[in-house]
Design a binder for this molecule. Sequence first.
Ligand code: GLN
Length: 604
Amino acid sequence: MKYILVTGGVISGVGKGVIASSFGTILKCSNIHVTSIKIDPYINIDAGTFSPYEHGEVYVLDDGGEVDLDLGNYERFLDITLHRDNNITTGKIYQHVISKERRGDFLGKTVQVVPHITDAIQEWVEKVANQPVTEDGTKPQVCIVELGGTIGDIEGMPFVEAFRQFQFRVKKENFVCAHVSMVPQPRTTGEPKTKPTQASVRELRGLGLSPDLIVCRSENPIGQAVKDKISNFCHVAPEQVLCIHDLPSIYRVPILMQSQGILEFFNDRLQLNIPMPPPRKFMYKWKDLAERADTLCKDVTIALVGKYTKLEDSYASVTKALQHAALAAGLRLKIKYIEAANLEDVTRSADPVSYHEAWQQFCKSDGVIVPGGFGKRGVDGKIEACKWCRETKKPFLGICLGLQTAVIEFSRNVLNLTGANTTEIDPDAEHAIVIDMPEYNPGMMGSTMRLGKRTTVFAYDNSVLKQLYGNKERIEERHRHRYEVNPKYVPQLEVAGMKFVGRDEENIRMEILELDDHPYFVATQYHPEYLSRPLKPSPPFFGLILASVGKLHSYLARGCRLTPRQLSDVESDDEIPETVMKDNIVISNEMLTEGKSKSVGSSS
Ligand code: GLN
């Protein structure tokens, strides 16, 4: 097993996670099996209790682990499936060591940070690094370990010490330390400043770790002279300095790194035996993606009606999933973050400006997404959003709480059940449309959330989502919720036109809803955003984007087989005769090649 430790210097938030994931991407493109570990030196056991305001979204894994959102970057970039143990926190390590102490495993010895905590860290890293992260169960060859925070933080010290020892434990040819630093370019002089980098490298060395790579983040490109200066002052060879300036899209990062010889460096230093030079088509998928991302000219505007809209990271995976979908449709994504509470009637009298501004932004968008959330605040605004989308036939995607608000709105305004609500907000609701259905967890106390990967079975053949998912009978997606649609009301809702087209295997839990007579009114109890990948957009998101530009039915009519380029040329749904649309929801490929589909356009 080879390890790449990624540390940060100077300040946090310079994109250490993207740098670390990009290392993985390059190695993965060379057929190396890569895994990753994110270390968060805070005391919390996991991210489950975090406020999205403070840390951004809580990312959910297949196994139900609630982890730091950086793990999402690794899963998306490397297309792997991580486990909860791939996220290490100080809390987890201490909990582990303390429970050993309680069991008497230390035989009466004094339990200390060095060696007990540092040993526990090393053992944890070694164990997790060897766990397969792909479906075929292959053992990874390289593990990228990202140490959160910056070098010098008190909290990070035991981890730095653990890796100081670890480099000798696993031997030199199996361990690389990459230090991500920042090179500021103050406007006054315009000259890049290397002093902060020098200081942080010195600090790292003082703690016993020598960087094998220094990755300099900067706003603008850094010239050779500055690179040489860093190499000189930080005591590394020039090829050990990588300069990554701000780029138009993150897809460019691995490409820029590769142009600076990073693969050759890893190959040599970690003895990876990758045949050199890399093939001509090396990383072409990423190059194509980056090229497409930079040359989009048509826009699609999506309103995101949420509660934590002040911090965009609160909806990191939703935003990424929208980006993947827009890119696959050849469109440039514009997201309008709308504070749900501003759509509420109470805001109209209290703060008319915010109210009207929010509605203006909202109405101008091409499509709407109501993401997940917890608690009372903003729920009424989300219900308003659902109502407006239903009535005006605006493309709509509701996720988790977004599904629940759509059902409440429909019950109140179509079924006339005025007292309809979720018991999360009103435990004594007259019509408890959304109720607490705790999952039965034998032997588990307190865990009442339904978390992680679960199966959804399609109940209707003509479902739009079923087609978007490639006509599979069943799919698996990740969950994070406590409440769900009350099965008692399902027959009534369905008769009135709200179809629950996807359900769990027991046919008790409603997973997907679709509205009859609406271009795209879809909601899922699961969170499709967690499994979206740059080259594999999530179907519900892709449907929303296509419907927002009026191309969903053209796409479905062609059996969901159009490339981004074909999509941009295809005619819009209004141009397809109504009858053809109904009869040809799925036209087979053979029909297309035989030219029988002339009536639905000829540009396929
Ligand atoms: N609060 C709702 C529930 O617990 C929705 C959760 C969510 O949107 N993630 O069911």
